[in-house]
Write a protein that binds this ligand. Structure first.
Ligand SMILES: [Zn+2]
Length: 385
């Protein structure tokens, strides 16, 4: 039991605890423990070829069919993580077919051109347009589903070729495709390529009007610039009070009350129906950056609502604690989310969620029940708008 759990308050699970970002399908053997968990809903990310269908099946099996209540156990999210972005060929801008080797030489840095063993063990790359159409199908199949996990990562390197020892000590219970215990290679995925993969998925989220869960490591500036680019031309117009009153006067003079109502509805419908190139809501998951970019992400002219989510493991495990405390104190009440970011469902996931919820309540000076209720409301706004 951690320090924060040792205080005497019972934890108000009945108010609803929502995990904004986790990976239970990485350990399929314990997915069956989800119905017994204390958390209300898990927002379950897909990341790579091996887990998209697992996420879909888990949602299908654990959510009661025909149950339209919003109390589903699993909220599935479909997306391609930056750690696997090299496995996609960007065929959306140029259709020139390339060999597997040419593709990997092109998107990785330093160039693996003389490292045939490394290239050989990489999977045959998949076309981005195929991924986008498959993701679109999943999003259609699950009308509440999100796009995620997507993002940019400047720090990560690809895992190296499996050694014999790594192979024999491999945990058979883990869904394949992730790093597991492998040593890292020197290779990174070029930023341009990661960016193209992220942009295409953000545009898909815009087309389908779904929220997204974004991974960003040492890349907050590039992520923000990309949002600026897709937001361009759609910024919200801020009117001063005097301008708002003036506009009201003009509208009042031009039409009676009845007409006013009709016009209002019409403009809302048009806005809703127009396909937009950016997601309506964004979660910066396990946000590890400083305070400054938050102000940019929360600027009132941005047409997407940006939320920030925190996990006990990534955000409160020592090194970056001071930074995250400043960030949590700087955020508005209604933009904070909690997550476990864990790859195993069950009691450990519940404990981490309780832990981070208590930490945030303490930092914000929220009374526990009021704070847990606020976090639940925030998740509902992030997911359902
Ligand atoms: Zn994740």
């Amino acid at each position: 039991m951690t320090l924060s759990q040792s205080d005497n308050h019972d934890f108000p699970w009945e108010l609803g605890i929502y995990d904004a970002h986790c990976h239970p399908t990485d350990t399929m053997a314990v997915v069956e423990q989800i119905p017994a968990m204390k958390a209300t809903t898990l927002t379950v990310m897909a990341t790579r070829a091996q887990d998209q269908e697992l996420v879909a099946q888990t949602a299908k099996n654990l959510n009661h069919s025909g149950d339209n209540s919003r109390r589903q156990r699993i909220l599935p999210s479909f997306g391609w993580h930056p750690w696997f972005s090299h496995q996609l060929i960007d065929d959306t801008t140029s259709a020139t077919p390339r060999s597997k080797e040419d593709h990997y030489v092109d998107v990785l840095t330093p160039s693996p051109v003389s490292d045939k063993t490394f290239i050989d063990q990489l999977p045959t790359p998949k076309s981005l347009s195929k991924l986008l159409s498959e993701t679109r199908e999943y999003l259609n199949r699950f009308p509440d589903s999100l796009v995620g996990e997507v993002g940019l990562d400047k720090a990560f390197r690809l895992p190296g070729v499996w050694t014999k020892e790594e192979m024999t000590s491999r945990d058979e219970g883990l869904t394949p495709g992730s790093r597991e215990g492998r040593k890292l290679s020197p290779y990174k995925v070029k930023m341009d390529h990661q960016r193209a993969i992220l942009k295409a998925q953000l545009q898909l989220a815009g087309e389908m009007q779904r929220p997204v869960s974004v991974h960003s490591v040492q890349a907050h500036g590039v992520v923000f610039d990309l949002f600026k680019e897709i937001w361009s031309g759609h910024e919200k117009v801020l009117l001063s009070r005097r301008e708002r009153e003036k506009q009201k006067d003009v509208e009042g003079a031009l039409s009676g009350d009845e007409d006013d109502d009709r016009q209002d509805k019409k403009s809302k419908t048009t806005e809703k129906d127009a396909p937009l190139p950016f997601p309506p809501r964004v979660c910066m998951h396990s946000y590890s950056g400083p305070v400054e970019p938050i102000r940019q992400f929360l600027h009132p002219t941005n047409p997407s609502d940006v939320y920030f989510s925190f996990s006990a493991v990534i955000n409160f495990s020592g090194v970056s604690t001071k930074k995250v405390v400043d960030v949590i104190k700087a955020l508005p009440d209604d933009r904070i989310l909690i997550e476990s970011d864990l790859h195993v469902a069950g009691p450990q996931m519940d404990d981490l969620l309780e832990d981070v919820a208590r930490q945030i309540c303490q930092l914000r000076g929220w009374e526990l029940r009021a704070g847990v209720k606020q976090l639940a409301d925030n998740w509902n706004c992030f997911v359902y708008g």
